[in-house]
Design a protein around this ligand. Sequence first.
Ligand code: CA
Length: 232
Amino acid sequence: MSKILIVEDESDISELIALHLTREGHEPICVGNGLQALPAAVEHTPELIVLDLMLPGMDGVQIFKRLRADTRTATIPVIILTAKAQVTDKIAGLELGADDYLTKPFSPRELYLRISAILRRVKKVTHVSEVQRGRFMLDRKHMKLFLDGVPLDLTTTEFKLLTTLMENDTTVHTRADLLREVWGYNSDVATRTLDTHIKRLREKLGAACDHIVTIRGTGFQFQTELIEAVPA
Ligand code: CA
C-alpha cells in the first residue's frame, strides 16, 4: 500500500483516480488547490504525487519546482497531468524532470499502470540501497553499516572492503579481486595493505569478526551464517 497525493482541481477526475487507487489497495490523498500541494506533500510524505498543471492558487510547474527544491519532498516521484495535449507542453513537463507525463483525457487504468511502474522502480532502488545480511545491515545510500542495529565506525576503505565482501557472500574473493575492487585497477597497493585492513575490520567487528573468513592461499569470504568449523 502506498500513499499517493493527487493534486487536481477537477473533482470528478481526482475522485476517479482516487477510486482506482483505493481499489488497488493504495491510500490516495486529494487536494484541489495548488497552494495546498506543498503542505500536503510535507505532511503526508506520499510515495508518489500525481500533479495537474492547470490549478488554482499555484500552477503545477511552480509546485513541481518547489517540490524538487525542498529536501523533504525532492525525491518523491511525480507524474504530471495536463489537459494540454501539445507536444511542447509534454516536452516541458519531461524537461522539468517529472517521472512521467499523461495528457487528458487518459484512462484511469493507464495512469494506474504508470503509477505502479514508478512505485516498483522506486521500491527496487530502496531495496537495493538497504541490504540485510544476517546480523549486518548495509545502508548504501548513507554509507553506513549496522551490526545488530548498531552503526559501525568504519573508514571509507573499510566500508568498501566489507561491503564488497558482503555483497557477494557466496563467493571467495581473491586478493587480486579485492585489491582491484576496493583500491582500483591501477593501484599498486601492496597485498599487505589488504591484510592490514582485514585485521582492523575484524577488530572493529569484535565478536562478529568470524564472519570474515580467510580462505587460505586464495583470499577472503564473508559468511552471513557462520558455518561450524569442521575438524580437519
Ligand atoms: Ca486542472
